[in-house]
Design a protein around this ligand. Structure first.
Ligand code: FES
Length: 71
């Protein structure tokens, strides 16, 4: 990260979105989701048993997605 207070989201190839920094995660109803740490991995394969967090299931289901934006 370029600034200590900035947050960033890293898109991992075939894996989760990793958030680093101070980011508030809230549910659809606006209720806070307790991330418990400053770096969290959010599931984008849809198979995690602990959504919205990644539990590694993307490897089991051979999730495939690019590690950067669509071209
Ligand atoms: S991206 Fe890891 S379990 Fe979905």
């Amino acid at each position: 990260m370029s600034e200590e207070s900035a947050a960033e989201v890293v898109v991992y190839e075939n894996g989760p979105l990793v958030l680093r920094g101070d980011v508030a995660i809230v549910g659809q109803d606006g209720a806070p989701v307790d991330a418990r740490r400053r770096t969290v991995a959010l599931c984008r394969c849809g198979r995690s048993a602990v959504k919205p967090f990644c539990d590694g299931s993307h490897k089991v289901v051979h999730f495939r997605a690019p590690g950067q934006g669509l071209r």
